[in-house]
Design a protein around this ligand. Structure first.
Ligand code: MG
Length: 218
């Protein structure tokens, strides 16, 4: 499942790294009783975590509390490291809407023990993603309404203008640590309203001008 597609093309682009930001919206940091970060909170998912339109999220048997986190996802279009902020947007090939599915019980336990989040964040099907829209079709990625519905009810609704670390800064920052390559993805963090989902639930994510994603819980 480790590929993405762009609107208007059937080409499957292989995905390398999936870099993710935590606590990138202050209202979400608040609901998690976490501090607003002074530097980006970064974690990774493996590319095998991707799930495409119409797919089913499978919760590992050891978790009983999986949360939805709707996010703007950025695709990188070319190789770069130590990218300057004012050149960073040249490295974006497109945008999608994605879900950073999180085993909240497993994550809470890891936080308590100061252990990594990889299991809570990187399990198979933990990264549902829509098709991508070319970057040149989005005039301002920092002003897009974002909504997540569960069984038709709105659970999360915000706007990408509320991101703490903007896309150009994030790309510059990440590229000073990880060489970015074509097909790498960046999940840019979720706004407030995260919550649990259970077997049979239908999740519908929408990002203005970008598109839709529908997946369900097995
Ligand atoms: Mg997230």
């Amino acid at each position: 499942m480790n590929w993405i597609e762009f609107d208007g093309s059937s080409e499957k682009i292989p995905v390398g790294k999936i870099l993710c930001l935590g606590r990138n919206y202050s209202e979400h940091a608040r609901e998690m009783h976490a501090e607003t970060p002074e530097a980006p909170v970064v974690f990774l998912k493996p590319s095998t975590a991707l799930l495409h339109e119409g797919g089913k999220i499978v919760i590992p048997s050891f978790s009983h509390d999986v949360h939805h986190e709707v996010e703007l996802v950025v695709a990188i279009g070319k190789t770069g490291s130590h990218i300057a902020v004012d050149r960073a947007m040249e490295y974006v090939s497109g945008y999608a809407v994605g879900l950073d599915m999180t085993l909240r019980d497993v994550q809470s336990e890891a936080k308590k023990k100061s252990l990594p989040w990889s299991v809570a964040k990187g399990f198979d099907t933990s990264a549902p993603i829509s098709r991508f829209v070319s970057a040149n079709k989005i005039r301002d990625p920092h002003n897009l309404d974002m909504t997540l519905r569960v069984n038709g009810s709105v659970r999360q609704h915000s706007n990408t203008s509320k991101m703490i670390f903007k896309i150009d800064f994030t790309i510059s920052y990440l590229s000073s640590i990880f060489t970015l390559e074509e097909g790498d993805l960046i999940f840019t963090g979720t706004p407030e309203g995260v919550g649990g989902v259970v077997a049979g639930d239908l999740l519908e994510a929408e990002l203005e001008s970008v598109g839709w994603l529908r997946v369900s819980m097995q």
